[in-house]
Write a protein that binds this ligand. Structure first.
Ligand code: ZN
Length: 235
């Protein structure tokens, strides 16, 4: 029986939904994020605000929320040139992957998360990776995650489970999942406080939250919210 979890929590819509699910499922939940020189520290601020809001608005979850960890991964900036860490525009590469792709980033995240979980005696790693929506990041695919679960469990001689609640659902279903976990209060919290926009825009407020409205992350979030809202209005 798994009762403790470490959520890879960036402060975006996906990882916030994963955190809510972990809090409804496990007894003790800790959170971890990675600071790798993101151009917009707005992400790192947003996640602290989301944690505060969840604690304040969901008293049934607050007692389960354990330590939050921030790991310095500045080394990623030394091995990659991407639009997340440098001032270059977002675009698709010839490889078919967006230039936000950092090769193996998610493998590093999971390895470090497992090392932390080992020390903190947490059994489950929860991550919001998803095969359904755009990107096609190869280190977010289900096969990669299953291979990592095996490699980490063998390599640390501890049985880890990697829980990926969003793997097979789209963004509209992610909004619906948030609603089923925390009702309208959680949907509103996600709209207001989570951050997804690649450009770090916190000035423009839309029905689906803050963002530039143009970058792929904003487009995906907006489209998902529209589809979710349309589903709600059906009889
Ligand atoms: Zn944006």
């Amino acid at each position: 029986m798994h009762t403790t979890a470490l959520v890879l929590f960036s402060g975006g819509q996906d990882s916030t939904t994963c955190l809510a699910q972990a809090l409804s499922k496990y007894e003790r939940v800790e959170t971890v994020a990675f600071d790798y020189g993101q151009r917009h520290s707005v992400e790192l601020q947003a996640r602290l605000q989301v944690l505060r809001e969840i604690k304040a608005k969901f008293p049934q979850w607050a007692p389960k929320m354990g330590d939050d960890h921030l790991l310095d991964l500045a080394v990623l900036g030394q091995v990659s040139e991407t639009s997340l860490t440098r001032d270059t525009a977002f675009k698709m590469e010839a490889s078919g992957l967006p230039n936000t792709f950092v090769p193996g980033r998610n493998l590093l995240f999971l390895t470090l998360a497992a090392a932390l979980a080992y020390r903190r005696d947490l059994q489950v790693l929860v991550t919001g990776v998803c095969e359904t929506d755009f990107s096609g990041y190869p280190d977010c695919r289900d096969d990669t995650i299953k291979a990592m679960q095996l490699a980490l469990s063998l390599g640390m001689d501890k049985r880890f489970l990697i829980d990926t609640p969003l793997m097979w659902i789209d963004k509209a279903a992610t909004w619906a999942l948030a609603h089923s976990l925390g009702g309208q209060a959680l949907v509103e919290l996600i709209v207001e406080h989570t951050h997804t926009c690649y450009l770090g825009d916190r000035e423009h407020r839309h029905a689906w939250g803050y963002g530039c409205g143009q970058c792929p992350a904003c487009e995906l979030r907006a489209r998902g919210f529209a589809a979710y809202s349309a589903g709600l209005s059906k009889p």
